[in-house]
Design a protein around this ligand. Structure first.
Ligand SMILES: *[C@@H]1O[C@H](CO)[C@@H](O)[C@H](O)[C@H]1NC(C)=O
Length: 390
């Protein structure tokens, strides 16, 4: 009997303990279920937020696509308009350029030769106080295609002879002389030309002809010589070492040219570059009789992307292009009299040709530029204005 009581007590105790364990486990399970349902809820919420976000993104992407499309359409129409403007400009250049220039120029050239002879004194009086600067390029005339990609063609400035000279190449010694522009243009190739052999080869495209003398640059081992050759007597009249050391090619796009000689209303100039001032072009005024240097200037015009330059009334005009030849333009000027600054000089574009000028020589009597563009001999007619009228 006692044993039974003990057993029952023990059983009760055990089942009570059991119950407590079960209760505890149930509470835990409930808590876990609560948390699981909370996670479910949260996951659902995240999923729906994600869905909304995705929808918003899709809508925005569609908008972006639409905007891109309108942008492209706008660009297309701008492109077409630019093309049209360029075509119109080309058309205008052709209209205003070549044709009238052909007739007018030939007459003009012949007339000017006689005019110069008659009015030599008056002309020089006018030239000495010259104040002209370029305002524009009025016309272009392609006269001929003769020779290689680089060279120079010029008339004798100020002798009034009207003869035309061709310097083909950058390292030769034989010039072709034509009796007139007409002979030059009508001659098949060089058949009407007289050959003139110089005593030394020229270097680059720096030569000019002035008062029946060829002025050209000869490269020696360590120095550069300016040679003055008399066309009438056929002999060297003078030569002088150009007094700069460590010279560099003047124009990065025409690297053969180490000194570019130029003639303007005031006489002979040398355009050059040295290592001491290596990023910019320097300018010197020379005495055409003695080859002495009268004065030198370091200009603010960069050498980089320059292809040629010329001087008009004491103002240096540097012409720039791109390595893939594009549209040449005067983009830097330097006036030795400080009357023209870069800011008030007009940005002058040459007519579109996608070529490169290996030389641009100014003839002050005709106010024409003689250009050599990839073997083509071209004349540019300039429109001038007075330096102080801005
Ligand atoms: C011009 O020079 C090039 C080489 O630089 C030569 O091939 C060509 O025959 C020359 N033309 C004339 C007309 O002398």
């Amino acid at each position: 009997m006692r044993a039974l009581v003990v057993f029952v007590t023990l059983a009760c105790f055990a089942s009570a303990q059991h119950q407590a364990l079960i209760d505890y486990l149930e509470r835990r399970l409930l808590a876990i279920e609560d948390r699981i349902s909370l996670w479910h809820e949260q996951t659902n919420r995240y999923a729906s937020e994600l869905r909304e976000l995705k929808q918003q993104m899709v809508a925005q992407l569609e908008n972006l696509d639409k905007e891109k499309e309108t942008l492209r359409m706008n660009l297309d129409s701008v492109g077409t308009r630019v093309d049209r403007v360029e075509r119109e400009m080309d058309y205008l250049e052709v209209q205003n350029g070549a044709q009238p220039c052909v007739d007018v120029d030939d007459k003009l050239l012949e007339q000017q030769v006689t005019l110069v002879k008659e009015k030599n004194k008056a002309k020089y009086a006018k030239l000495s106080d010259c104040r002209d600067m370029i305002s524009n390029i009025k016309a272009m005339k392609i006269l001929k295609r003769l020779g290689g990609s680089k060279g120079v063609w010029i008339k004798d400035v100020s002798s009034g002879s009207g003869k035309v000279y061709i310097f083909n190449g950058t390292d030769e010694d034989t010039i072709h002389e034509f009796a007139s522009v007409h002979d030059f243009t009508s001659s098949p190739g060089t058949s009407l030309a007289k050959l003139l052999k110089l005593p030394f080869a020229w270097k680059g495209t720096g030569h000019v002809i002035y008062n029946s003398h060829v002025y050209y640059v000869k490269e020696e081992v360590e120095e550069l010589m300016v040679v003055k050759y008399n066309l009438k007597s056929g002999s060297v009249a003078d030569s002088a070492v150009f007094p700069v050391q460590d010279h560099l090619p003047v124009y990065s796009l025409t690297p053969e040219t180490v000194i570019d000689l130029a003639v303007d209303e005031e006489g002979l100039w040398a355009i050059y570059a040295t290592r001491q001032h290596e990023r910019h072009i320097s300018l010197a005024k020379m005495d055409a009789n003695t080859l002495d240097i009268e004065q030198m200037w370091d200009t603010t015009c960069p050498r980089e992307n320059a292809e040629a330059a010329f001087v008009i009334c004491g103002t240096l005009y540097v012409v720039y292009n791109t390595k893939q030849p594009g549209r040449s333009r005067v983009q830097c000027v330097f006036d030795v009299n400080d009357m023209v600054t870069n800011d008030d000089a007009p940005l002058v574009y040459f007519p579109k040709r996608y070529g490169a000028h290996s030389s641009l020589k100014y003839n002050p009597l005709e106010q024409l530029l003689y250009a050599w563009d990839d073997g083509y001999q071209i004349l540019y007619k300039l429109v001038m204005k007075k330096k102080l009228e801005i």
